[in-house]
Design a protein around this ligand. Sequence first.
Ligand code: GLU
Length: 285
Amino acid sequence: MNQQIREAIRDKQRIVIKIGSSSLQHQETGDLDYIKMEVLVRELCNLRNQGKDVVLVTSGAIACGKKAVQIKDGDNPIAVKQACAAIGQARLMMTYQKIFAEYNQVTAQILMTRNTIVDNLNRFNAANTFTELLKLGVIPIVNENDTVATYEIEIGDNDTLSAIVAALIHADLLILLSDIDGLYTDNPRTNPNAQFIPVVREIDENILRMGKHETGSSVGTGGMDTKLTAAKIATASGADMIIANSEDVRIIHRIMDGREYGTLFTAHKDDDFYLTDFVEQMHND
Ligand code: GLU
């Protein structure tokens, strides 16, 4: 049964892949890991070569900007983070474009906030732009528009953002690349008895409780709970979602080969799920 749903992954046509800051940087220095980025880009280009639609959601803007102007981690004022995002987003894109160009792949940048979804005209425009880019064979590279997004209008983490993108463009698969193998019954870093969960068919209270523990990184913003929020959005909108370890990003083609890596959350389209309402509610909880 599990094997069957894994094999069905091969036929997925529109795929959103999210990678976090902690996966893109060298842990010791905080500088970008070019080798990892290069392998990631090659994997994505190869999916394009198979005729699939590919969208990359990438963090790293703030981290990259901080590095460029030597600002230390810690409690920096919002304006400093926004300035760092402005510096870092351009640098991040420059690096991606350089590598994608080696494979002759055209990319585009899309920066979003919560308003992109909540405002009808913005959402309509964003969806049209994605559709057109994918039709042109371009790989959209998405991040939150951290330079203008303050608490009131931010989505807040790229796990949720990537699921929102998947819902917006009617993707059939979302892959969250993280610093953990997938979902465990408890935090495997602190509890040696924590069990790995290969497939989740329903995100119930039991599963939500497992998301309460944090992942190990201090760089990104997403813990397991944001991944479960992402899973709710993605699966209710009709996409499967997989949480997988980004340590070796070649895991992407292994997953696409139908092999059992990471935790798979199976899609169950919910006609009562409205993306706009969900996003609108997000900060009211
Ligand atoms: N959008 C932020 C950045 O690019 C990161 C958000 C996240 O890691 O989830 O720096």
